[in-house]
Write a protein that binds this ligand. Structure first.
Ligand SMILES: Cc1ncc(COP(=O)(O)O)c(C=O)c1O
Length: 369
């Protein structure tokens, strides 16, 4: 509930009135570890290459962009095929302004039956469902946040959702779902004419193979990816899905004309040319994650095993909101995801991680005195 009182003259939809806008606090901090971004900025060479392309594109900004973004979708298909050893064609790829827009388009195209998800998971799945008028059902998870696949299969059979959402690695827990489990879920969804959406926003940080490798076998499987996380390109806003060409055809019905600006398309194309640089930080972020996990455990805290670039931890005695505030007072911004007794921190650069650990140590030591 937002608690906001809307004026009576404003004909805002009744179902939207109790909602709050999405809002990870955007406050200045010395260590910004709250939205699962990659902490490493583009190199000057990449920034220059984007500026050069933007200049070329600017000379033609009186014209609408390619509304089908064919050059970009071909580049994305190539990128995926190199990464996952698949033979995806560009007509199986759809790109949008961040994977959030992809998720919205899926609800708009396929949302006339309920959508099913398993929380805690990415909070925007149910929120975008609500905003697009789609009935959201929550299947829940086990107490340790793992997915109970048998229960999930039963939920799919009972609820008969047109869209079932799986996030792997899951946000905010970092836990994963295997390809074997995904296959079973896709089979169950197919039996009720439903689609299985696998949100792989953090896939590059995981050592499990991508569900993109299953698409040839399961036409009802949709994999969502983003350039915002491992790819270190959150500010450009570029997300995409990979699926059967019929699913991509359905996206053409719900997309706004020219939704992806010429500047966004050009910047993303240049970034894909620099993919080695942009993905080059993934292994060091994974190494840092292992170090931070060890340090938290040495402090007596519990950490959910994570295959992403963030960690969900518990074992502190104060309220999450209180610890969150004390960390912010020390220049460290992490995320209170609204889960009882847990907080989530994104792996930052070495200095940021050190600052986080030092601040946390100081707070917890103060507590035990
Ligand atoms: C699981 C998941 N999916 C999708 C997104 C949205 O990413 P973007 O819209 O930047 O591509 C996020 C962002 O935090 C996420 O955690």
């Amino acid at each position: 509930m937002s608690g906001k009182k809307w004026p009576t003259w404003l004909p805002l939809r009744q179902d939207l009135q109790p909602l709050s806008p999405y809002g990870a606090p955007q406050v200045p901090a010395e260590a910004t570890l709250n939205t699962n971004e990659n902490p490493y900025a583009p190199s000057p060479a990449l920034a220059q290459a984007i500026a050069d392309r933007a200049h070329q594109v600017a000379l033609n900004l009186n014209r609408y962009p390619d509304r089908d973004a064919v050059v970009l979708r071909k580049a994305l298909a190539n990128f995926i095929n190199n990464l996952s050893g698949t033979s995806i064609n560009f007509d199986q790829v759809w790109a949008a302004n961040g994977s959030n827009e992809i998720i919205q388009s899926l609800f708009m195209a396929f949302g006339d039956r309920p959508a099913l998800g398993f929380t805690p998971s990415y909070s925007m799945h149910p929120l975008i469902a609500k905003v697009t008028g789609v009935n959201w059902r929550d299947g829940g998870r086990r107490a340790d946040f793992s997915l109970d696949t048998e229960k999930a299969l039963q939920e799919i059979a009972d609820v008969k959702p047109s869209l079932t959402f799986i996030t792997t690695p899951n946000n905010p827990t970092g836990t994963t779902v295997t390809l074997d489990e995904i296959s079973k879920l896709a089979d169950a969804a197919a039996k009720i004419n439903g689609l299985l959406i696998v949100d792989e926003a953090y896939a590059e940080f995981s050592d499990l193979p991508s569900a993109i490798t299953l698409i040839a076998k399961y036409p009802n499987l949709i994999v969502i990816r983003t350039m915002s996380k491992a790819f270190a390109f959150a500010g450009a806003r570029l997300g995409y899905l990979v699926a059967d060409p019929e699913i991509v055809s359905a996206m053409f019905l719900v997309r706004l004309p020219y939704h992806l600006s010429a500047l966004t398309q050009a910047a993303a194309e240049v970034a894909l040319d620099f993919q080695e640089e942009l993905l080059g930080t993934v292994s060091s972020l994974i190494a840092s994650r292992k170090i931070v996990v060890k340090q938290l455990e040495e402090m007596g805290l519990q950490v959910i095993p994570s295959q992403a670039n963030f960690i969900l931890f518990s074992g502190f005695s104060q309220e999450p909101a209180e610890l969150w505030r004390k960390l912010l007072d020390r220049g460290v911004l992490i995320r209170d995801v609204g889960l009882l007794a847990h907080l989530r921190m994104t792996i930052g650069n070495e200095a940021e991680n050190k600052k986080f650990i030092a601040a946390l140590q100081e707070i917890l030591n103060g507590e035990s005195q």
